[in-house]
Design a protein around this ligand. Structure first.
Ligand code: SF4
Ligand code: SF4
Length: 334
């Protein structure tokens, strides 16, 4: 069976299992390591020592377990994933099973691109501002230029999106970031900075965030290449400013820490302390044992890897097009 067929088959199987009320995740995210070559103020991860990383064989065991559980979309992040020398082999194994994406700060993207481009479906490159704003937020001079060079190189072969975290220091630059993405022929995905307990507090003020969301929503309606749905921005604004909450479904996204452990119920509430190794865990039983209903009313973060799947509806044709059809088309093209 080809890749597309097996991913599509898992989608159908998940759908059937969900008909009986079973909660099955669609997406998995895996932090390959915490180590990073940048020093972003709002990030807790580079501050943590990597005591142990999975071997290539363990990475494969983990990915096979996720395939058996029914995952279709696999996203790798860090730390900085390109600091792992075995990244090409990990992506090769993943790409024969899942729609595979990566989040990178872009520093090493151009020079390592040839070793990974055949095994990726989508690349997210962190861009947090224009020029010096980005360098200041990312804690390293030259990081903006390296990231943009990486975007230009990768976008010749792959769908690429900026990954932008809205903070107190860049909320006025969201329009300029969208324009840069448009000029480079790529998309842009926005996250609102979440204030982790072990990182600097960087989230924007209520008023600045409200303005940024309104402006992004307007740009989205006018066709700007913004990855998040209209519903995403509306849900955040409605919840945080009008008291109308969205129903969070963190069970749709499974997260694995650098030691191969599940992070439950989500990585914001757990802040990445994992539990059992994925391949030594009965994932179906574990998923059934979590009281997911406790988290439905939690609207603490607006991380799109949780919020977008929570908002998805087959009854909204533009969401089906953006989330399913476009992903499948990029998968088929790669
Ligand atoms: S590039 Fe990513 S992992 Fe590295 S410090 Fe910044 S946010 Fe953290
Ligand atoms: S809104 Fe709450 S439950 Fe949902 S992903 Fe964020 S922190 Fe977790």
């Amino acid at each position: 069976m080809g890749l597309f067929e097996s991913v599509a088959l898992r989608t159908v199987q998940r759908g059937i299992r969900r008909l009986s009320g079973e909660k099955i995740p669609t997406i998995a995210g895996h932090k390959l390591l915490y180590t990073c070559n940048l020093r972003c103020g709002m990030c807790p991860f580079w501050r943590r020592p990597d005591e142990y990383l999975l071997s290539l064989e363990e990475e494969k065991k983990m990915l096979s377990a996720l395939e058996d559980f029914g995952i279709s979309f696999m996203g790798f992040e860090g730390g900085e994933p390109f600091l792992r020398k075995d990244l090409p082999e990990i992506l090769d194994y993943s790409h024969s099973r899942f729609h595979t994406s990566i989040v990178t700060n872009g520093w090493l993207l151009k020079e390592r691109l040839n070793s990974v481009k055949e095994n990726l479906d989508y690349v997210f490159v962190s861009i947090d501002g224009i020029g010096k704003t980005h360098d200041r937020l990312r804690g390293r001079e030259g990081s903006f230029q390296r990231a943009v060079e990486g975007v230009k190189a990768a976008s010749e072969f792959l769908p690429v999106s900026f990954n932008t975290t809205i903070t107190a220091e860049n909320s006025d630059e969201v329009g300029a970031i969208v324009n840069l993405a448009r000029d480079l022929g790529v998309s842009v995905s926005f996250q609102v900075a979440h204030d982790y307990s072990s990182a600097e507090k960087k989230s924007p003020s209520d008023i600045k965030l409200k303005e940024a969301i309104a402006s992004l929503l307007e740009m989205k309606k006018n066709g700007a290449p913004i990855v998040e749905s209209r519903e995403y921005f509306e849900a955040v604004a409605n919840s945080w400013y009008n008291g109308v909450s969205w129903k969070c479904k963190p069970w749709l996204t499974l997260n694995v820490d650098p030691q191969g452990r599940l992070v439950l119920p989500c990585y914001v509430l757990k802040e990445y302390e994992g539990s059992g190794k994925v391949w030594e865990t009965d994932l179906r039983k574990t998923w059934k044992s979590v009281e997911w209903g406790l988290y439905e009313s939690c609207n603490k973060c607006a991380l799109s890897c949780y919020l977008e799947p929570s908002l998805f509806s087959w009854g909204k044709p533009h969401m089906v097009k953006e989330r399913i059809v476009d992903s499948m088309l990029s998968y088929l093209r790669s």
